[in-house]
Design a protein around this ligand. Sequence first.
Ligand SMILES: Nc1ncnc2c1ncn2[C@@H]1O[C@H](COP(=O)(O)OP(=O)(O)OP(=O)(O)O)[C@@H](O)[C@H]1O
Length: 328
Amino acid sequence: MPRNSRDDDLVVVNFLRKTYGATVAVDNVSLTVREGEIFGILGPNGAGKTTTVESIAGLRRPDAGTVRVAGLNPYKRRSQITSLVGVQLQASELPERIKAREALELYASFYPNPADPAELLEQLGLTKVRDTAFGKLSGGQKQRLSIALALIGNPKLAILDELTTGLDPQARRDTWELVKQIRDSGVTIILVTHFMEEAEYLCDRIAIIDAGLVVALDTPAGLVDAARTEQRISFRVPGVLDDAVLKALPAVNSVIRDGGRIVVTGNDDLLVAVVTELASRGQAPLDLHTEQAMLDDAFLALVPADRRHSSDADQGTPAGRTFEGAER
Ligand SMILES: Nc1ncnc2c1ncn2[C@@H]1O[C@H](COP(=O)(O)OP(=O)(O)OP(=O)(O)O)[C@@H](O)[C@H]1O
């Protein structure tokens, strides 16, 4: 569906389609990104996420549909877009020997109003390693440097693609806090990710893309609500309980035994109905767990099993991507 523009829309994508030969990378994508938000693009490998953001960055020419960033056609207005949009793409490789500070200073020289490299190094916690060669940085430091490079032009919009892939849990958490700080400093962010937890934690809204189509677009809570079809609780009981007692309750859909536990699914009244029934029999549930729907559930409900992949994005996009030159 095309989106109606709002005043705070920074990015408007309507009916985007992009093919590479016989491969339909993006079939039909419409979405908007509002100023000041962290907008997540989530989907399995090969769903068309990177091609979508490359089109937003002006690196791909759409076969059909329109893309506007701050009202500009990014492919045709590349020089203006370069100052507006900072991109941290997947394979952001730098020469092994370049020092962190040198890389930032070099990139700063490409922009009319760059950020101060020393300040950015400080903000990203890289001051200590400013004279360390890129090849000697840790995975987290490399990632932070690539984020710094996306921010060096003082962009309004930063596109972060798979930014925490390959990082350990602590470095990933640190990077999340950094992304929040960047947004709080006034930069709108598009975050491409495989990680459900990351999207749920960071994003104001998320588009789930599968096979080149937007299959859902909402807040994390909205996506979870839409996927929540039933409640699930599990518990043990001290004595004997016939499953038929629970199955007879209108709120209950199913009762199964998992070892010593009873797992019951049903509607929103499930918990009260089960606890009340047990109480009327002089029993109390032990070790009671209620299971909350998570973004994973939404993802599983929306993306067919044969197209899901593990969240370890080791199987990246084609290496050494080359981009299309803009029409002048
Ligand atoms: N330059 C290219 N030439 C040919 N095919 C491409 C090119 N870039 C992407 N593709 C193909 O287009 C489809 C979508 O790729 P894209 O990288 O946009 O998806 P993605 O969702 O970002 O995937 P991943 O999560 O694996 O990075 C895939 O089938 C991919 O192999």
